[in-house]
Design a protein around this ligand. Sequence first.
Ligand code: PLP
Length: 401
Amino acid sequence: MTAGHAVAPGGRPLLNRRLAEFGTTIFAEMSALAVRTGAINLGQGFPDTDGPEAVREAAVRALRDGRGNQYPPGPGIPELREAVAAHQLRFHGLRYDPDTEVLVTAGATEAIAAALLALVEPGDEVIALEPYYDSYAASIAMAGGTRVPVTLRPDAASGSYRLDLDELRDAVTDRTRLILLNTPHNPTGTVLSRDELTAVAELCVERDLLAVTDEVYEHLVFDGTHLPLAGFPGMRERTVTISSSGKTFSFTGWKVGWVTAAAALVTAVRAAKQYLTYVSAGPFQYAVAEALALPDSYYTELREGLRARRDLLSEGLRQAGFGVFSPAGTYFVTTDIRPLGVTDGVEFCLSLPERAGVVAVPTQVFYDNQAAGAPFVRFAFCKRESVLSDAAARLRKLAHG
Ligand SMILES: *Cc1c(COP(=O)(O)O)cnc(C)c1O
């Protein structure tokens, strides 16, 4: 959503041409609406409970012991780089050298921006699946790239969104530099299948494209399996894999993310990253290193807890009359509002706090092709069960007029 932008006294716009189309994010607007109306905020995707106590305590210990209070090393502290490499091997069977193939970043957001700033030449085309995470379009623009959306389409038969591989192939031109892929996918909850990823990998190899993959929901998969694109034939040397501690450990405010990739790619991304933040989150890096080594039971409980909450909110939304696309991954559920007799998600979301005391986000704002997203609305279920039950009860009022 683009707000009106300020102009300098001389009348020239303050915000430069690359960013002019990007206003305040929808989240700020909807969260303000939630505060004003006292509605339950299922708009922005942050958990309403913090992650493991032991991890929080590890951060306190690091702070008190004076670890990370001064600039940590540029690539990240060795303990965290080793923990990230061990995690990639443990969960995905991918081997990375902690010294040359891992880079710690200020969240996945900085990793995405740095990867695009490093790898995209002005005028290069970047393919991204829409609806897309709201930082993608702005990061591509800051890098001087041209975004080329490929639209995930709702598929009634499977009750989920699917990638049209022909559409993806047709989107590649001689100017395409890279594919920016997000799986598990926010906001649709789609988890790309082995066949789909095989086709993406073949296309990258055939057309000599790089891939940047946003895998922040790698541990939140309820149906199917998360497969990193870097594990497919020919992809290790052309894929920048990005993840973060925010979603996996429920500390979204810590902003500890990472890149794993072949050394040449990490060196390139680091060249951009060092002039964005240089380093960040010193003491938190020690805590996240410990978090990554948590036993499998932690990861299983996180997933199963969210699966239960997915089912709780999805059922409530169905009873309220929404069309529900059951998410295979992430902590968002996308709904179709047309069964409720309306078609404009933006209008619907602006009126929902008054009508039902709940805040949601219109997915239209995540599209270039806005018509494709108009009747869809996203709800977050990373909230306590009591909050979700309350929200579901409030939404059921919609079904009864
Ligand atoms: C939350 C989110 C991010 C941002 O991750 P941070 O580590 O908080 O920067 C990136 N991509 C997607 C798809 C997300 O949902």
